[in-house]
Design a protein around this ligand. Structure first.
Ligand SMILES: [Zn+2]
Length: 359
C-alpha cells in the first residue's frame, strides 16, 4: 500500500490522487485554516444574550476535549449563562463521566443527563452495525434530536457545538449521519416507526430543513465556535482545560480524540477492516498538515491505535451489544457502499459540493 509522502493517508482513501512527488491531493489542496473572525462569533453570542431567556446557550458536553473547550469558551471567556447537557450513549468511559461530574460541580452550571432506555438504544446500534457496518451516526443523530428538542422546549436561542476544522474529511462516504439513510437501515431491520420516532425525535430532518428551521427561529441556531477563532493546538487545549476546567486527560494515549467513547476503537476497527483506514488517520493527517505533529509521530500514534483496538475493547462492546462472533464476522463483511444511494436530496447536493472541493 502506498501512503502520501507528506501525511499518512493511504492510496485507498476516498477520492485520493498523488502528484509526481507522491504528495496527495488533500495535502496539495490544504489551505491554512482561516477563522471566520471572533467578532462575528461575539455578535452571535450578544444577540443570544439580548433575548434575555433563562439560558443564553445550550452546550452539549461529552467529557472529551472539544466539547469541554466549548464550555470553557462559553462560560469563562464569553460569560454566557449556559445549560449543559450530556447524551449518555451507553459507552461512556469512566474518565469522561468523572470529567463531566467534576466540571459541572466546579463550574456551577446546570446540567441534564439524558439516555434512551438501553433496550431501544441497543436495538438501534445493532441494526445499524449488522446492516450497514456503521455505528457512529446512530449516536450522532440521537444527540442531534435531543439537543434540538431541549433547546426548543427551553427556548434557548443558540446551541454551541464542538465540531472542529480538524475533522474535515474524517467521515466515510457511507456515513449514516443522514436521517433518510438511517431510517432505511432501521426499517430494513424491522424497527417500528414508533420506536424510530422515540429515538430520533425528528426522524425526517435534512441538513437543509435544520438550516431553514434555524433561520426561521423554529430551531435554535447551531454555532461551531471553533470555526470562528484561531484554534489552540491539541496540546495547548489540554493545558487550558486542565488548568481552567478541572479536566483530566487519559494518561495512556497521546492526542486522544473521542476517548470519551468506548465504542470509538471498535468503530475504527470495523472501518479499518472494511475500508482499509479509520477516521483517526484523517485526523492525524490533518494534524500533520497543521504542523501540530510530525509525520513520524502521526505514524506512531496510528500504529498504537491499532494495538488499542483489540481484544479487550472488542469483547466489551460485543458483550454490551450482544454480538456473537458470527455477527462480528458479518459486520466486517458488510458490502461497501450498501446504503450509498439512500441519501436525502439536500444531503446529496451537499456531499457533491464537498467532493468537488476535495478534488
Ligand atoms: Zn497527504
Amino acid at each position: 500500500m502506498k501512503h502520501c509522502s507528506k501525511c499518512i493517508l493511504p492510496d485507498n482513501f476516498q477520492n485520493i490522487s498523488f502528484d509526481q512527488k507522491g504528495v496527495c491531493n488533500y495535502c496539495n489542496n490544504y489551505r491554512k485554516f482561516v477563522p471566520k473572525g471572533e467578532k462575528y462569533l461575539i455578535a452571535e453570542l450578544e444577540k443570544a444574550k439580548a433575548k434575555k431567556r433563562p439560558y443564553d446557550a445550550l452546550v452539549p458536553i461529552s467529557g472529551g476535549k472539544d466539547s469541554t473547550y466549548i464550555l470553557y469558551l462559553a462560560k469563562k471567556k464569553y460569560g454566557l449563562n449556559v445549560l449543559t447537557f450530556t447524551y449518555d450513549n451507553g459507552f461512556f468511559s469512566d474518565i469522561a463521566l468523572e470529567n463531566i461530574k467534576t466540571m459541572v460541580d466546579k463550574l456551577n452550571v446546570d446540567h441534564i443527563f439524558f439516555h434512551h432506555n438501553w433496550e431501544l438504544q441497543k436495538k438501534m446500534y445493532r441494526a445499524a452495525l449488522i446492516n450497514s457496518g456503521e455505528i457512529c451516526g446512530v449516536c450522532g443523530l440521537g444527540i442531534n434530536g435531543i439537543t434540538l428538542k431541549l433547546a426548543t422546549d427551553w427556548k434557548i436561542p443558540i446551541i454551541l457545538l464542538g465540531h472542529t476544522p480538524l475533522e474535515d474529511n474524517s467521515f466515510s462516504q457511507e456515513n449514516i449521519y443522514d436521517y433518510f439513510r438511517l431510517n432505511k437501515i432501521l426499517k430494513d431491520s424491522n424497527i417500528s416507526d414508533k420506536e424510530i420516532k422515540q429515538f430520533l425525535i425528528y426522524p425526517k430532518l435534512t441538513f437543509f430543513s435544520i438550516f431553514f428551521k434555524s433561520k426561521t427561529g423554529a430551531f435554535a441556531r447551531q454555532i461551531n465556535p471553533l470555526f470562528y477563532i484561531e484554534n489552540p493546538s491539541d496540546k495547548e487545549m489540554s493545558e487550558i482545560l486542565k488548568k481552567e476546567m478541572y479536566w483530566r486527560d487519559k494518561s495512556d494515549a497521546e492526542f486522544s480524540k473521542h476517548f470519551d467513547c468506548l465504542a470509538e476503537p471498535f468503530s475504527n476497527f470495523v472501518r479499518e477492516h472494511r475500508f482499509g483506514y479509520s477516521r483517526r488517520i484523517c485526523q492525524l493527517s490533518t494534524m500533520v498538515r497543521r504542523n501540530e505533529i510530525s509525520r513520524e509521530e502521526a505514524e506512531k500514534i496510528h500504529q498504537n491505535d491499532k494495538l488499542l483496538a483489540k481484544p479487550e475493547n472488542l469483547e466489551l462492546i460485543c458483550e454490551k451489544l450482544s454480538l456473537s462472533k458470527d455477527d462480528v464476522k458479518n459486520i466486517l463483511n458488510v458490502k461497501l457502499f450498501k446504503y450509498k444511494k439512500y441519501i436525502s436530496k439536500s444531503n446529496k447536493l451537499f456531499s457533491k459540493l464537498k467532493s468537488i472541493k476535495d478534488k
